[in-house]
Design a protein. Structure first.
Length: 257
């Protein structure tokens, strides 16, 4: 029967990942472990590839909704997306050569900084400042887009949250505009990584098909929640996610220390 081949727990996790990604990013931290548990014999590249194709569908769904209601600063975003795309591809190529534990430690302490800063700065991301982006800001976008893009290609979890924080702290976006911009950059990084994963056969298509649908439904609901409750809701959700990310990553890093 058709339904016997469907892992319903993965559908649930894909839905949750799509919903979380549509609001604050970080869905990969839920979906990657779920895929690893469901397919313990699969190599990491196939797990990452299946996660990326699912995340791309969810990000595309939410980005379409945001584009219809949010004004995008394309003069800043396009160079950032291009840089993220290029470096994400090279990041995916470098998966086997980068010491992941070292990267995990760096990300862990960055997440702590982001959580403390966001908690202290109560007004962070509540007001969208309309500014003209000049050469300095574009260079910053290219630099940060490249760094986060490379990280997303190599490892991934939390990249959307880093992008969200970047657009708020560096470019004075509110949470709604920051989420919309982060989704577009994520589309670039996911697509670039998949240019490596798909030709190499690192996607479980039979599983991904159902997960894609579930992720898109979750992303649709996530964008509805974001527009209904606004930046204050996203800020609280963002802080909760950061605490979860810190706890999960800290457990992985220090439990067997």
């Amino acid at each position: 029967m058709l339904f016997e081949s469907i892992n319903f727990s993965l559908l649930f996790f894909a839905f949750c990942g799509g919903l979380i990604d549509a609001t604050v990013g970080g869905g990969g931290l839920i979906l990657v472990p779920a895929l690893m548990y469901a397919y313990p014999s699969q190599n990491l590249a196939t797990i990452f590839g299946t996660n990326k194709i699912t995340a791309l569908a969810g990000a595309s769904s939410s980005a379409f909704a945001y584009l219809s209601r949010v004004k995008i600063s394309w003069n800043l975003l396009l160079p950032t997306m291009l840089s993220a795309f290029i470096f994400a591809y090279f990041g995916a190529l470098s998966v086997a050569f980068i010491p992941k534990q070292l990267m995990q430690y760096c990300v862990f302490f960055l997440l702590i900084f982001m959580a403390i800063y966001t908690f202290i700065k109560k007004d962070l991301g509540q007001i969208h400042t309309q500014i003209q982006f000049g050469q300095k800001e574009i260079i910053q976008g290219i630099l940060f887009g490249g760094l986060i893009g490379f990280y997303d290609g190599v490892f991934g979890p939390g990249s959307g949250s880093f992008l969200l924080f970047l657009f708020i702290k560096v470019f004075a976006f509110d949470f709604i505009h920051a989420v919309a911009s982060a989704k577009l950059v994520n589309i670039a990084t996911f697509t670039a990584a998949l240019l490596f994963f798909i030709p190499a056969g690192h996607v479980l298509w039979s599983t991904a098909f159902y997960m894609i649908i579930s992720s898109m439904i979750g992303a649709f609901i996530g964008t509805k929640l974001a527009f209904k409750f606004g930046s204050s809701f996203i800020r609280i959700f963002f802080l909760i996610l950061l605490v979860f990310l810190i706890g999960r990553m800290g457990f992985d890093l220090f439990w067997n220390f």
